[in-house]
Design a protein around this ligand. Structure first.
Ligand code: FRU
Length: 486
């Protein structure tokens, strides 16, 4: 694997021409996605600034142009009218000032009149490489021009470590304040959320305090990308605790999950109503973000990076990595979140394929029905039915297991090659979205979702289903432009 020097990773992109050849090369490689957002070149990680504004969904992502490496980060913008088909717009926030000299890191967006206000972390490093994270603002105008605010909204809080980032902006009607939630870490290395408030989006920000979450004072070493979302009459704390292990999650130490509860902004206390749940039970999902300003108060739209920090992927050698999950609708059922594919996705269905052929089109949707008995579904097997990714349902334990060790291209093996999760009710359906290098499995109408990257070889495009009561497959039409717009 390529060894990147610091100079190479943090090189400033001066002109799109510097990466045009790279794009032309990457475009021809086998694992480019067809209906998932992916980077034109280089690395994509967190979704940022997801918001409904001006009749469109705006969705940005963390982007490093040079290759599959976490280096200098830009905000790259895509837009959609329906959350299904997406257009590339190009780079929005460039790390081109002293505040963000080593990256425009993650954040969120809030509409203000006809402008979109973007809040992000300016990842500043001094010449001796000391990090100073600033919370910064960028205004995006209707004609897609923009302007950076010269001064940060605020700098790092001195009582916490340098790990303070990922501003999520929200408004609370009761207190009449805007709040910015930043991920943080206490000096004794415990993950936390730091809250700032102001009556105005662009000035007057003051530190309100650290979020109290009784019972979660010692839960992971840093909380990345935290947010408090209101769904119906419940609050949800969504965050990524790092440096810890969880049951059924192999040796992974970066997680994305949530706690349901009640938020009291006047005391900055989030009272949990239950335990920490993992958001997505697959291998590759992190830094999920819910759209701000979405029209339906009873649900949220969530999208995540289909990848993990500290990991490598087979496309790294082709100098690109990462894609986003399909946006999903989040709702609360009993005391848990359920996640379902968006209703408009059916419109992407093309020809229906006969499952008796046992062939998997490279981009397809599959509905597998079950009467609740044991089931084994192998996707991306070879023609003789061997290998592939195995999805088992064990009726006695109501346990879904996904095992990707049978694929020829194995990766991140040290994190474990099996993920499992018990379902609440016996298995009735799996709705599966397959693209050239990913598989997203929605179990029992949103009870659980498993999102994973997979890199099947040319021979691995067959499937086998044992114990299923029905299988339907449709080809899926391309929905995301892969145009060279920078
Ligand atoms: C999460 C994260 C964020 C940070 C960004 C940098 O994946 O580490 O905390 O803002 O990625 O790209």
């Amino acid at each position: 694997m390529k060894n990147w020097s610091r100079e190479e990773r943090y090189r400033v992109l001066k002109s799109p021409e510097e990466i045009r050849d790279l794009y032309e090369r990457i475009k021809k490689t086998p694992y480019r996605q067809t209906y998932h957002i992916q980077p034109v070149t280089g690395l994509l990680n967190d979704p940022n600034g997801f918001v409904w504004h001006d009749g469109k969904w705006h969705l940005f992502y963390q982007w490093c142009p040079w290759g599959a490496v976490h280096g200098l980060k830009y905000w790259y913008q895509t837009v959609s009218r329906d959350l299904i088909t997406w257009e590339n717009v190009g780079v929005t926030i460039k790390p081109d000032c002293d505040l963000d000299n080593k990256g425009a890191y993650s954040g969120s967006a809030w509409p203000e009149g006809d402008k979109l206000q973007l809040f992000y972390t300016g990842n500043h490093r001094d010449p001796d490489w000391t990090r100073i994270p600033y919370t910064c603002m960028y205004t995006l105008f209707d004609d897609n021009t923009g302007e950076k605010k010269a001064e940060p909204l605020f700098g790092p809080h001195p009582d916490y470590t340098e790990h303070q980032r990922d501003p999520k902006i929200l408004f609370d009607e009761e207190t009449g304040y805007y709040y910015i939630c930043n991920g943080g870490q206490t000096k004794d290395k415990k993950g936390c959320m730091l809250i700032y408030r102001s009556k105005s989006l662009s000035e007057g920000w003051e530190f309100a305090g650290k979020l109290n979450v009784p019972g979660f004072e010692d839960f992971g070493g840093m909380w990345e990308c935290p947010a408090i979302e209101r769904i119906g009459d419940k609050d949800v704390l969504i965050f990524c605790p790092q440096h810890m292990k969880l049951i059924h999650r192999g040796d992974v130490t970066n997680h994305n999950g949530y706690i349901l509860g009640t938020m009291d902004w006047s005391t900055l206390t989030f009272t949990p109503d239950g335990k920490f749940h993992v958001l997505d039970f697959g291998f590759d999902s992190y830094a999920a973000e819910c759209a701000n300003n979405s029209p339906d108060p009873a649900s949220k739209i969530l999208v995540a990076w289909m990848g993990l920090p500290d990991s490598s992927y087979p496309t790294d050698e082709d100098e690109w990595s990462g894609c986003l999950t399909l946006p999903r609708e989040l709702r609360i059922r009993d005391r848990r979140l359920i996640q379902v594919p968006l209703p408009g996705l059916e419109a992407l269905r093309g020809d229906e394929v006969d499952p008796a052929d046992g062939i998997l089109p490279e981009a397809c949707e599959m509905i597998v029905k079950s009467d609740g008995g044991n089931m084994t579904l192998s996707l991306f097997t070879k023609a003789d039915g061997t290998g592939g990714i195995m999805i088992y349902y064990d009726a006695a334990w109501k346990m879904v297991t996904v095992d990707r060790s049978g694929l020829t291209k194995r990766f991140n093996i040290d994190q474990g090659e099996m993920r499992e999760h018990p379902t609440e009710f016996p298995l009735s359906t799996m709705r599966i979205f397959i693209d050239r290098s990913s598989v997203e499995i929605f179990v029992n109408e949103g009870d659980a979702v498993f999102s994973s990257r997979v890199f099947p070889t040319e021979e691995e495009h067959f499937f086998r289903a044992e114990g299923a009561s029905g299988v339907q497959i449709w080809k899926i039409r391309p929905a995301v432009s892969d145009e060279f717009i920078v």
